[in-house]
Design a protein around this ligand. Structure first.
Ligand SMILES: Nc1ncnc2c1ncn2[C@@H]1O[C@H](COP(=O)(O)OP(=O)(O)OP(=O)(O)O)[C@@H](O)[C@H]1O
Length: 307
């Protein structure tokens, strides 16, 4: 991996199921080595995007390249995908599951895989079918980390873990990815889980990319303003700014704006935290999309996308 490399580049990606489009014209870039949160309401297209990146699904339109490689190239060993339903063989024991991982993956790391399992007190001789949902998640994560992937795709990995296990598993994930420079793309509905973990973000809604970029960069171009309403309305001068979301309570208003310049007016201004930024965008599907320069798909390169 070298500096400036893209882990994922999506160009005009579209996925249509029988009932309609799950992804529409999605273009973005995830630089290598980042820890990226994938956020969006139910049905936004997160699982569809992860499945396309994992080569489990083929897009209807556009392309998605992983480390510059098109689908069908011999580079799929660099990616591991932990699907939401954590598919594992129920009749296998935990030890047999890890052995299968070792046999199928040339770069297998048995120590890491066993450490992840042991940290959750999962007995190695237990059958997968007899484990709780959370323990099964842990085995699936051990299998994904044991592959020592360069790109790790996780679909709501913490959903069925208890709070203590969440913290411990997140710590393991971060330690492993930091040590190896792994790129992590992880969907979640628990926004608090992203703070202090992710340094990159992709927000989807209605199958479209709404926000993409470096977390610090995204936060720095937004401002929370609070002030007095003008009569029943927001102050007219607020219209000079690109408004993401506003709320009124009593005589006060609070708004999240894109800070193109100083927020003129007798308002208090503050920086949003990540959760505030995400909630504002999730509540306002009409706000203009924002894709920061590092997250913009680069010029179309026919060498890298030729199948
Ligand atoms: N196999 C499928 N066949 C038909 N439609 C599908 C299929 N999978 C997903 N969809 C539809 O595509 C859209 C996007 O679904 P997807 O599962 O990617 O969203 P999501 O963001 O992962 O949702 P959630 O947060 O609920 O997991 C939804 O409208 C869903 O109903």
């Amino acid at each position: 991996m070298h500096a400036g490399e893209s882990a994922i580049e999506a160009h005009a990606l579209g996925m249509r199921y029988r009932r309609g489009w799950a992804l529409k014209d999605c273009s973005f870039r995830l630089p290598a080595g980042r820890i990226c949160g994938l956020v969006g309401p139910n049905g936004a297209g997160k699982t569809t995007l992860l499945s396309i990146a994992a080569r489990v699904l083929e897009p209807t339109q556009g392309t998605l390249s992983v480390f510059g490689a098109a689908p069908g190239s011999a580079d799929s060993g660099r990616t591991a995908f932990l699907a939401q339903d954590k598919p594992l063989f129920r009749r296998f024991t935990v030890a047999e599951t890890l052995r299968l991982g070792r046999e199928l993956n040339p770069g297998w790391d048995q120590r890491t895989a066993e450490d992840v399992v042991r940290a959750g007190d999962v007995p190695l001789d237990a059958r997968i079918g007899s484990l709780s949902g959370g323990l099964r998640s842990r085995v699936a994560l051990a299998l994904a980390l044991g592959k020592r992937p360069d790109l790790l795709l996780l679909d709501e990995p913490m959903a069925d873990l208890d709070p203590v296990a969440r913290q411990e598993v997140m710590g393991t994930l971060l330690a492993e990815t930091a040590e190896r420079g792994t790129t992590l793309l992880m969907s979640t509905h628990v926004l608090a889980e992203l703070e202090n973990v992710c340094d990159y973000l992709v927000v989807l809604s209605g199958g479209e990319v709404r926000l993409a970029g470096d977390v610090e960069e995204l936060l720095s171009v937004h401002t929370v303003v609070t002030g007095a309403k003008e009569g029943e309305d927001l102050p007219a001068s607020l219209a000079q700014h690109s408004l993401v979301e506003s709320r009124v309570s009593g005589r006060q208003f609070t708004a999240l704006i894109r800070s193109e310049g100083p927020a003129a007016g007798r308002w208090e201004t503050d920086s949003p935290n990540l959760e505030e930024l995400l909630i504002a965008y999730l509540r306002s599907p009409g706000a203009a999309p924002l894709i920061t320069p590092t997250a913009q798909a680069r010029a179309y390169d026919t060498r890298t996308v030729a199948a």
